[in-house]
Ligand binder design. Structure first.
Ligand code: PEP
Length: 254
């Protein structure tokens, strides 16, 4: 019922030449008609050119961040309208690196989410706990708080046009992924929280898992009932690896 999604977060990596090679490699993936929705998220400066490389393909273009404000005196920022203008359909909001390194709190993340939706972009809202939070038994409380800030301002209806990504911070870039059962437990909890407000929207919402997804573990993660694909960082920079992750999602769908 839910079409799987695989999104590649290139973070602050790449060059014009490397990006072209990477896209060409990803395009070799055999996605079939019922395959996953595949999104690539390059750094801002490469969006336009990457979008041109993707033109006429089934791959979508996403950004890694967006400004909460619509326009104006915000030096260094990029608005949702600008992202739309250069061909983006998706944007990651609330990535743990933005929260930890750039001081983004739940409120600013919620404003970014709404700014993206106002322009018709699909936000990919990231939530996830740190190792310390997990070890002190606070995972459910933390991810619920991160989700609730959007639910409280906007209601469950906005999740009809959004994607949620569970990204345990301790699994990001560490090579230590959550086990399928750990991921499923949190995904089910997130889905139930939205279902409490709107069961239909919750049933259709894609919840991606992110945190050291690789070709070797993608299939078992994507096989979990509430895991609807992956948000992939490091492995999305390796064309062959990312292609195999997309193909694992396709195998799951068929
Ligand atoms: C990410 O950056 O969203 C991510 C999940 O990174 P990695 O796959 O490298 O853990």
């Amino acid at each position: 019922m839910r079409r799987l999604m695989v999104a590649g977060n290139w973070k602050m990596h790449g060059s014009r030449a490397n990006n072209a090679q990477l896209v060409n490699h990803i395009l070799l993936a055999d996605l079939g008609e019922d395959g996953p929705e595949v999104v690539v998220c390059p750094p801002f400066v490469y969006l336009w050119e990457t979008g041109r490389l993707l033109r006429g393909t089934s791959l979508a273009l996403g950004a890694q961040d967006v400004c909460a404000a619509a326009a104006g005196a915000h030096t260094g920022e990029v608005s949702a309208a600008m992202l739309k203008d250069v061909g983006c359909s998706h944007v990651i909001v609330g990535h743990s690196e933005r929260r930890a390194l750039y001081g983004e709190d739940d409120q600013i993340v919620a404003r970014k989410f709404m700014a993206a939706q106002r322009e018709g972009l699909m936000p990919v809202l990231c939530v996830g706990e740190t190792l310390e939070e997990r070890e002190s038994g606070r995972t459910a409380e933390v991810v619920a708080r991160q989700l609730d800030v959007v639910l409280d301002v906007a209601g469950a209806g906005v999740f009809a046009r959004a994607v949620l990504a569970y990204e345990p911070v301790w699994a990001i870039g560490t090579g230590k992924n959550a086990t399928p059962d750990q991921a499923q437990e949190v995904h089910a909890l997130l889905r139930a929280r939205i279902a409490a407000q709107d069961a239909k929207i919750s049933a259709c919402l894609r919840i991606l898992y992110g945190g050291s997804v690789k070709a070797v573990n993608a299939a078992e993660l994507f096989a979990m009932p509430d895991v609807d694909g992956g948000l992939v960082g490091g492995a999305s920079l390796n064309g062959d690896e990312f292609r195999r992750i997309c193909e694992a999602a396709r195998a799951q769908a068929s």
